[in-house]
Design a binder for this molecule. Structure first.
Ligand code: FRU
Length: 502
């Protein structure tokens, strides 16, 4: 590794170490979600399965809890449940990436692990217009220490055509029939989101094939972090469009993450596809990335935060976290996401309730917590509106409310009374199944993820309650029956990395 790169990484670790105690002492710090050891995190990068372990890299600014020149943080896991932080993999050390090693992906070739990422350089003060983005590679024998290759940048400029010359980033690379392909996030010259498809035989020389897909109508001005992968009988294009306008209950976040299902013609480089669908109906899922593992499962992880959102954890020297890993399948023309089953290994002894009738509001005594998994089935009987409140304090000044409304066919996640931080309500269209609602929550110290009706819909959000807001309450306008409810506290599962290098 060259000295400059090595030195930047060393300084970064010193900085991270100095702030780590502040993060550990903070009651919003994550227990079982991947989060930065300290300071800033955004997109998942290089998510892959390599030599029998899952590797997850991420956009990281190791010198402050705000976004800045990007490094790649790194962690690995044997089971997607317990994670171990590792040394920083990439630092912005070269002329072509001096203002940031932006998002990208990982692939194995000849037993080595390659990272493909965007080198970012600011050419002036306006971050929207004064930038130069190129695509680069770094390689590692051991999957831990990375060297940038001498041929960098491997893609030096955006192709000709109706393609914006500067906004050109986030390579996601994969192999199909012995050929490497990558997609890049892009926009047209007049700001319509699109993705570019490239092909390579060796990861070093890349040929542009085509604009694989392009927005039409309300589809944003830029597509960030594209990912194309086969699933079931489809090729899925997942991407994060910036700037979609609100439509009824949809697209209320600053930017969206979603997908289209289609078929990729590898020769022409065109993806014929259907309608855009959201991946998550909550507040805080962005820049998702997938990996395929040994069992052939397609696993997704996303940044559990949103650009320009208030992040109260910044005052405790950290910002951002990842969602739990989710297994994707396609059922009835939609992506269904379920928590990876390995998360069960984090369960402590559980508590449960069966066949309980609820009318009005009911507090579940003995079920308090701030880091748990909760699964319940509610038989709606004749009720129209019912639900559950989490992270509730004694006098209900704080509560995060999940409500099902049968006549509207909507499930809502309301964080207006969740505590500090961003507020708001998000809605997802949900149908009862045999008059029942199935909810599966993962609650960590500043987040809630809910999988509705076995992953048919998910909603994710960050919340910042007081330490003492630990209660759970059920409510209903008419009698409902909780046929079963199970809660397990979840173990802390993230191991820090302590840098001993001189
Ligand atoms: C998405 C993104 C990417 C970019 C990275 C920079 O959240 O804007 O397009 O590579 O973050 O940190």
């Amino acid at each position: 590794m060259n000295d400059k790169h090595k030195n930047l990484i060393k300084l970064a670790h010193q900085s991270i170490e100095e702030a780590r105690k502040s993060v550990e002492d903070n009651h919003w710090s994550m227990n079982f979600h991947m989060a930065p050891p300290s300071y800033w995190m955004n997109d998942p990068n290089g998510f892959c399965y390599f030599n029998g372990e899952y590797h997850l890299f991420y956009q990281h600014h190791p010198f402050s809890p705000e976004w800045g020149p990007m490094y790649w943080g790194h962690a690995k896991s044997k089971d997607l449940s317990s994670w171990e932080h590792l040394p920083i993999a990439l630092a912005p050390s070269e002329n072509y990436d001096k203002d940031g090693c932006f998002s990208g992906s990982a692939i194995e070739k000849d037993g080595k692990l390659y990272l493909m990422y965007t080198g970012n350089v600011w050419t002036g003060n306006n971050h929207d217009t004064d930038l130069l983005q190129v695509q680069c590679l770094a390689v590692s024998q051991d999957g831990i220490h990375f060297e940038k290759i001498s041929e960098n940048p491997v893609i030096e400029q955006a192709p000709e055509g109706d393609i914006h010359p500067f906004h050109f980033r986030d390579p996601k690379v994969w192999k199909h029939e012995e050929v490497y392909y990558c997609v890049l996030g892009s926009r047209t010259k007049d700001h319509v989101g699109q993705v570019l498809l490239y092909r390579s035989l060796d990861l070093i020389k890349w040929d542009f094939i085509n604009v694989a897909a392009k927005g039409e109508g309300n589809f944003g001005y830029m597509w960030e972090c594209p990912d194309i992968f086969p699933l079931d009988d489809y090729d899925v294009l997942m991407m994060s469009p910036q700037g979609m306008k609100e439509e009824e209950y949809l697209y209320h976040n600053l930017h969206q993450s979603g997908y289209v299902l289609g078929k990729l013609d590898y020769e022409k480089g065109i993806l014929e596809h259907g309608e855009f669908q959201l991946l998550d109906y909550g507040f805080d899922v962005y820049a998702p990335q997938t990996a395929i593992d040994e069992e052939g499962r397609r696993i997704m992880i996303a940044w559990m935060a949103m650009w320009e959102s208030e992040m109260p954890e910044q005052s405790h020297k950290w910002a951002g976290a990842m969602t739990i890993p989710r297994v994707l399948t396609i059922e009835e023309g939609q992506i269904v996401s379920r928590p990876v089953p390995e998360l069960k290994t984090l369960r402590q002894q559980g508590d449960s309730i069966g066949n309980k009738l609820i009318l009005g509001e009911h507090r579940l005594q003995g079920f308090e917590g701030d880091s748990y998994e909760l699964e319940l089935v509610i038989d709606a009987k004749g009720a129209n509106e019912f639900g559950i409140k989490l992270r509730v304090d004694e006098d209900q000044t704080e509560e995060t409310v999940f409500t099902y409304n049968r006549s509207e066919g909507m499930f809502t996640f309301d964080r207006n009374k969740s505590g500090k931080g961003p507020k708001g309500v998000r809605r997802a269209p949900v149908n009862l199944v045999e008059n029942k609602l199935h909810l599966h929550f993962f609650v960590d110290r500043s987040s809630i993820e809910v999988f509705i009706n076995d992953g048919a819909k998910t909603m994710t959000g960050r919340i910042y309650p007081e330490k003492k807001s630990l209660g759970i309450m059920l409510f209903s306008d008419q009698e409902v029956e909780v046929t079963h409810l199970n809660k397990w506290n979840l173990n802390k599962s993230i191991k820090p990395y302590v840098c001993n290098e001189e």
